[in-house]
Design a binder for this molecule. Structure first.
Ligand SMILES: Cc1cc2nc3c(=O)[nH]c(=O)nc-3n(C[C@H](O)[C@H](O)[C@H](O)COP(=O)(O)O)c2cc1C
Length: 190
């Protein structure tokens, strides 16, 4: 698939089929992730591949807890109707864990380490694009408490669980949320 077709055609999926994904495909996605850029080539990511239904159920319960908390905090109606059943149905969830110590020079700045998050985000996007090019769909999911997710997945305190990437075949195609024209977002300093 042409890169621009992949970039424009990728959509967040929230309705997966339970059909399993083979190991070779999972490894292709992981390899795509590792070709992302990172500060000083620190490669600050680690991955946990989750297919175990009991672990998915725990992640779902944590997501539900956070969804209800967010609904109460914000009153946003869409959160009341937002189903996260896909956490139980998606055949694979890949947790992306970042290492704040692998952040390049910015770990010594006042704002603290951010480079590792940027690098992990690039790795996550690579995974999304690779999944799409292989005919799969994916979702970047962040509705969880880092502390609780560390407990569920056995992640060390120093490491940062940044995202859960749900992957599978889509049950149906999702609508394309519109984008603002880049012209509205761009300033040229010629
Ligand atoms: C950092 C980040 C966090 C996100 N977290 C969630 C999430 O928790 N749940 C969800 O359903 N979608 C989540 N998304 C997906 C966005 O909602 C989605 O990318 C956006 O609406 C644009 O739709 P598209 O991906 O289909 O183009 C997240 C995306 C990003 C980049």
């Amino acid at each position: 698939m042409d890169l621009f077709t992949a970039i424009k055609g990728r959509r967040s999926c929230r309705n997966f089929l339970p059909e399993p994904i083979d190991q070779a495909t999972i490894e292709k996605l992981l390899e795509a992730a590792t070709w992302a850029p990172s500060p000083l080539n620190t490669q600050p990511w680690e991955f946990i591949v989750i297919t175990n239904p009991e672990v998915k159920e725990k992640i779902f319960s944590e997501g539900e807890r956070c969804r209800k908390w967010a609904l109460e905090k914000t009153g946003w109606k869409w959160l009341g109707a937002y189903s996260i059943d896909f956490l139980k149905i998606a055949p694979v969830i890949i947790a992306v864990i970042g290492d704040p110590k692998k952040s390049g020079v910015d770990m010594f700045t006042e704002e603290g380490p951010m480079g590792y998050q940027a690098a992990c985000a690039a790795a996550i996007q690579n995974m999304h694009l690779a999944a799409h090019s292989l005919g799969l769909s994916s979702l970047w999911f962040t509705l969880f408490d880092k502390k609780v997710l560390r407990e569920i997945l056995g992640i060390a305190f120093e490491k940062m669980p940044l995202a859960l990437v749900c992957i599978g075949k889509p049950e149906s195609s999702s609508a394309s949320p519109p984008r603002k024209d880049y012209k509205e977002k761009t300033t040229y300093l010629y």
